[in-house]
Design a protein around this ligand. Structure first.
Ligand code: BG6
Length: 451
């Protein structure tokens, strides 16, 4: 294994940071927990824009803001070579005045310095499902072109501040998840009577432009910086050998690949362009030029599960088992996804998320998560086969370095981390950190691979 390979892990501000009183709110701060319902609110916040009383798990996260030194020391003990985290735009700009909050900038200076002190490569995501709420309330998010300008100002501020220590930049977390979560990813709330697809395409156009502006900003400030955007890599299989299932699969996959196509190739593929025209999106010459000239240096990808296309409606894949949260477990799909992506784009790929979200039990102060070790082991094996196939993978970051608030359900008990965090679904707990068995397993694996 190449010594430069980035073995690491990921976290995000909206799910772990807390430090609620010293920043403004993010989109997830006002959405409560809900096993069956939360995702619907991440698409459209509905009554939650009126802030009813309740428990909102993202507001405190797991108090990374207070615990970051202790957490980074644990990451170093585990041997992580890289940590991906998000800067909270809402900590840097408390509102739409263009003056940054020095205390917020200082916080990430401290995080970055602490990582570097421990020889951990910092990787920044500029928005990880944690857009400022003021961007929604004042501008309705990326549906509004003004937000592209505000984003450009925000990223210029942070790239200027951190570029001497941060080489890898990721514009957005899972841009394609906007297909299902317009509010969380687009910062946009659909109004009565609006055509959702039209609004989605408008947001997509603006987000793609914003992504290109991050690439431009980074390369202007330092041509050695490397910029990616994260896409959720979810290969889709046809249920049967029917051409109709295959056709449906192709259409489903395009809904994901349309974003990466533009960001890597620098132009809109014909099928996407057709839709943009259908929805009367104003495609400006100068924007097209920016997107053409500022393409990604690498692709950041998450991998959790695969999907199935069937003209008879949603079905479970009979060949695969599911997690307790009904996500398929498909290590081979990981190798397939990496090959498909490399074949299509021929760009380096950084795996920025992969992991198992499930319940853990604390027994005598220990967590024996052999199921997580097994899951990660199988996925790493398949990634290594993809590398043998010739795919240029430059890093593998798991989700997540430690337990954080889950996105889809807002639950703490859906745990992904190598480090258990004592915070429970009802908000109780001491925030104590306990390394799980998987912590020591990953520590050993990294040591072996780095020999
Ligand atoms: C990815 C997100 O979609 O998956 C993370 O980037 C998220 O923010 C992770 O936490 C796992 O999903 P969930 O919904 O189980 O937390």
């Amino acid at each position: 294994m190449n010594k430069e390979f980035l073995w690491g892990s990921s976290i995000s501000g909206g799910q772990c940071e807390g430090g609620y009183s010293s920043r403004s709110e993010t989109v997830v701060d006002i959405i409560p927990q809900g096993k069956e319902t939360r995702f619907a609110y991440l698409n459209h916040p509905g009554i939650y824009m009126q802030r009813p009383e309740g428990f909102y798990p993202s507001q405190d996260g797991i108090e990374f803001y207070e615990h970051y030194k202790e957490d980074i020391a644990l990451f170093a003990e585990m041997g992580l070579k890289a940590l991906r985290f998000s800067v909270l735009w809402s900590r840097i700009f408390l509102d739409d005045s263009l003056e940054p909050n020095e205390e917020g900038l200082q916080f990430y200076d401290n995080v970055i310095d602490e990582l570097i002190k421990h020889h951990i490569e910092p990787i920044i995501t500029t928005i990880h499902f944690d857009m400022p709420l003021w961007v929604v309330e004042k501008y309705n998010g990326f549906a509004n072109r003004k937000v592209v300008e505000l984003y450009e100002h925000y990223v210029r501020t942070i790239v200027q501040r951190y570029h001497d220590r941060v080489k890898y930049w990721i514009s957005f977390c899972e841009i394609n998840v906007m297909n299902h979560a317009l509010y969380m990813v687009g910062g946009t709330i659909l109004k009565d009577g609006e055509n959702r697809e039209q609004v989605l395409h408008q947001c997509a156009y603006h987000k793609l432009l914003a992504n290109a502006l991050l690439v431009k900003t980074c390369h202007e400030i330092d041509p050695d910086l490397k910029v990616g955007c994260e896409v959720a890599g979810t290969p889709c299989y046809p249920l049967t050998s029917s051409p109709l299932d295959y056709q449906l699969m192709m259409e489903e996959q395009r809904k994901d690949s349309r974003y990466t196509d533009v960001m890597v190739k620098g132009h809109f593929p014909y099928y996407f362009l057709k839709k943009l025209n259908e929805y009367h999106i104003d495609l400006k010459e100068e924007d097209m030029e920016i997107m053409k000239k500022n393409t990604l240096d690498f692709i950041a990808v998450s991998y959790y599960k695969t999907a199935l296309a069937s003209v008879d409606g949603v079905k479970d894949n009979p060949c695969l088992e599911n997690t307790p949260f009904d996500w398929t477990i498909d290590p081979v799909g990981f190798r397939i996804m990496l090959n498909q992506m490399y074949e299509r784009y021929e760009k380096p790929i950084m795996v920025v998320e992969n992991g198992l979200g499930t319940y853990d039990q604390v027994e005598d102060g220990q967590i024996h998560d052999d199921y997580r070790i097994d899951y990660l082991n199988q996925h790493i094996q398949q990634m290594e086969l993809a590398i043998e196939d010739g795919v240029d993978v430059i890093g593998y970051l798991t989700w997540a370095a430690l337990d954080v608030v889950s996105t889809s359900e807002g639950m703490m008990s859906k745990r992904y981390g190598f480090i258990y965090v004592d915070r429970q679904d009802d908000g109780s707990g001491t925030f104590k950190r306990i390394p799980k068995d998987s912590f020591y397993w990953y520590q050993k694996l990294i040591k072996e691979r780095m020999k």
